[in-house]
Design a protein around this ligand. Structure first.
Ligand code: ADP
Ligand code: 5GP
Length: 211
């Protein structure tokens, strides 16, 4: 019988960034549904909860004083102010997931991505999601129907800030059709899993081949 090699591998930290409304949350959810080795990093934020969001699933919604306390205690791996609210990545959950051999998915902005790269360059795989056009970005933001019109306008006004960081990312995907963008992310993940440096069990495996 053919034995399937079970080669030990180091988890990756997959970052998705985009201007608000380009579709990264939707793409992240699809990846989590289709790839069981991924777990989501749930951020802490001081922003108000949207109607469809659940505390502990989409974010941990906290008061500004609680957020400041987490920063002071060093509990956040990275943090930044985005659209006037504070957002940050809890450190402990990331460490737990990596030590269990899981891959972790981050929906964070360019500021957070830069900080993660400073702390864990080898583990980070960064993907920038572009909308197919500017009118389509606005249509998606409005169509989400979760934010007030002034919030949508503020996010459109800030789109260029985020867009200007596209060249700092390892991969860039245009999210035209969901199925196509989803498949591109799956291919990136598959290729990254085969990076030699990530396959920490390779020398042990090759030794058994040479014995
Ligand atoms: P982000 O997390 O980047 O702010 P979302 O994932 O919340 O964006 O997507 C914004 C809106 O656009 C949602 O209503 C989502 O259903 C829709 N959307 C996302 N990707 C596509 C796509 N490829 N085609 C059409 N609509 C999309
Ligand atoms: P939203 O309010 O639409 O959920 O997110 C607004 C922006 O904040 C998005 O660009 C999202 O990627 C970013 N964001 C969410 N969580 C974090 C985080 O923990 N750290 C950083 N740096 N950005 C985050």
């Amino acid at each position: 019988m053919t034995q399937i090699a079970n080669i030990k591998r180091r988890g990756m930290m997959l970052v998705l960034s985009s201007p608000s409304g380009a579709g990264k949350t939707t793409l992240a959810k699809r990846l989590l549904e289709t790839d069981r080795n991924f777990t989501m990093s749930v951020s802490v934020t001081t922003r108000a909860k949207r109607p469809s969001e659940v505390h502990g699933r989409d974010y941990f919604f906290v008061a500004p004083a609680v957020f400041a306390d987490k920063v002071k205690r060093g509990e956040l791996l990275e943090h930044a102010t985005v659209f006037g609210n504070a957002y940050g990545t809890p450190r402990a959950a990331v460490q737990d997931a990596l030590s269990e051999g899981l891959d972790i998915l981050f929906d964070i902005d360019w500021q957070g991505t830069q900080q993660l790269k400073e702390k864990a360059r080898e583990d980070v795989v960064s993907v920038f999601i572009l909308p197919p056009s500017r009118p389509e970005l606005e249509r998606r933001l409005r169509g989400r129907a979760q934010d007030a019109p002034d919030v949508v306008a503020q996010r459109m006004a800030k789109a260029n800030d985020e867009l200007s960081h596209w060249a700092e990312y390892d991969y860039v995907i245009v999210n035209d059709s969901m199925a196509s963008a989803e498949s591109k992310i799956a291919h990136i993940v598959e290729a990254e899993r085969h990076k030699r440096a990530r396959q920490t069990g390779l020398s042990e495996f090759v030794r058994t081949l040479m014995a």
